[in-house]
Design a protein around this ligand. Structure first.
Ligand code: ZN
Length: 241
């Protein structure tokens, strides 16, 4: 899209920088992460964690036995679903983990503990804090941190569509990823990522790696990823434009 058309389209978007910091301080939406007590109660046992995951559709174990088609109910405490039909049991009872095919498959410790780890990680806990909160070793923490990073990246890339909408506030920002390194005389720098998040309970996001941070680069991205009528907020809007 030519730059002029892009600029015209974005003219419909209200750029509001003055109230941004005030809103940041006052908005509850920016603190949509539940408090620790609530989360801790929810994930204190395998049963309550499974109940939550089932209700949220994160796990969806089979409702009928694949062998005899009898209805089956998951045992949330044991984390298994099995067929209780006597006739079906003759040639070996059918049962499987309620976590099969999910994020939790292969994690044999408490699923509640893993959910708490995810919670602390999402809250931005450092490796040291994660070790203290979970009692896990360094290797396990690094493994799951890396995995969560990958999951988040996959979700962002998968859901790249337009965010915002009429009257929806979209916060945009630029961040540099990667550290400066000096290797064999060549300076290797990180990459600039331009992204946005809408301040709604869904908190839809977009993120794009950008070679430059000038208006010719960023304006078309704003038009592409932010729906017309959105209210764009940025604490760095004037710089780079
Ligand atoms: Zn069966």
């Amino acid at each position: 899209m030519p730059l002029v058309a892009a600029a015209a389209a974005t003219a419909a978007l209200e750029v509001d920088t003055n109230t941004y910091m005030d809103d940041l301080k006052n908005s509850n939406k920016l603190h949509s992460i539940p408090d620790f007590n609530t989360v801790n109660k929810l994930f204190s046992s395998n049963e309550s964690a499974a109940k939550f995951l089932l209700a949220e559709g994160v796990i969806s174990p089979p409702t009928v036995c694949p062998k005899c088609a009898n209805p089956v109910k998951p045992d949330l405490k044991k984390g298994k679903v099995r067929c209780r039909n006597r006739n079906c049991r003759h040639d070996g009872e059918w049962q499987q983990s309620i976590y099969k095919g999910t994020f939790f498959e292969g994690f044999h410790s408490s699923k509640g503990a893993l959910m708490l780890f995810c919670y602390h990680w999402l809250c931005g806990a450092t490796d040291k804090q994660l070790a203290i909160y979970t009692g896990w070793g360094k290797q396990k923490i690094q493994l799951w941190s890396t995995y969560l990073h990958q999951v988040c990246c996959a979700v962002v890339l998968d859901e790249q569509g337009q965010i915002g909408g009429d009257g929806v506030v979209v916060e945009i920002d630029e961040s540099k990823f990667g550290k400066r390194k000096y290797h064999r005389g060549h300076r290797v720098e990180g990459v600039w990522v331009f992204g946005g998040v809408e301040l709604t309970p869904e908190m839809k996001v977009f993120a794009v790696a950008v070679p430059m941070r000038d208006s010719e680069t960023l304006l078309p991205l704003i038009v592409k990823f932010i729906a017309p009528g959105s209210i764009i907020r940025s604490d760095c809007w004037p710089c780079g434009f």
